[in-house]
Design a binder for this molecule. Sequence first.
Ligand SMILES: C[S@@+](CC[C@H](N)C(=O)[O-])C[C@H]1O[C@@H](n2cnc3c(N)ncnc32)[C@H](O)[C@@H]1O
Length: 218
Amino acid sequence: MNFLRPIAPLVTRFAKIYTAKEREFSYKNIKVRVRPGVFHPGLFISTRILLDFVSDLELEKKSFLELGAGSGIISILASKKGAIVYASDISSTAVENIRLNAEINNATISVYKSDLFENLPAMEFEYIIINPPYYKKDPINEAEYAWYCGNNHEYFTRLFDSLADHTHKSSKVFMILSEVCDIDAITQIGKDRKFEWELIQKKSVLGEKNYIYNLSIK
Ligand SMILES: C[S@@+](CC[C@H](N)C(=O)[O-])C[C@H]1O[C@@H](n2cnc3c(N)ncnc32)[C@H](O)[C@@H]1O
C-alpha cells in the first residue's frame, strides 16, 4: 500500500472544513470563486497539474469537454485558448459555480448538469479532460461526488461503459490519477473495456506522484 493512502481521509476532512466557506483561487489571469461543497482547485495538486498541461495544448476551434468540472477553472482556460467548451457536473452547486465563474471571466462555455454523459449532447469530442473522484466509498451527498467513486469504483465502470460513444479514433482523452488511489484496479476497469492507457506525464509534488494518461480505444 502507498504510504500516503492512510492520511488521505485526514486530507479530505481538512478540505471539507476549509471549503465550508466560499473561497477564491487564481491561475494566471483567471480568478474563480469556489462555492461551499465544490472541489477547490488550489487545495489539491491535480487541478494545477491539469491547468499547466492544458496551457500547452493547441485547442483553437477544438471541441473540449471537461467531465466533472467543479469550479470550471480548467474549462475557462480551454475557452480562453479558443476551444469550443462543454463543462458538466453531477452537482447542481458545481453547475451554478461553473456558470458564475464563466461569467466572471467572460468565457463562453456550454454548461450541463449531467451524470457522466447522460445529459450531454450526443457527439464525439476532440478533447475530454477528467480529474475523477477516486476514493472507494459511496458518495452520500452532493459534495462527496468530488471525492468518492463508489464502493466498487462504479464511477469508472460506468464511465468506461459509455466513453467510446463520445470519442472517435483521433480524440484525446486525458485523465489524471494519483498514487493514493487504486490505479491498478481503475486501469483494469478501462482495459476490460478495450481502453489503452498511455502514461504521458508523471509529476511528483510534495512526495505524491500524479499521472496523466491518454486513453484510447484499442
Ligand atoms: C476531483 S473533482 C475535479 C473538479 C475539476 N475538474 C477540477 O479539476 O478542479 C471531480 C468532479 O467530478 C464531479 N463528478 C463526480 N461524479 C460525477 C458524475 N457521475 N458525473 C459528472 N460529474 C461527476 C464532482 O462533482 C467533482 O466536481
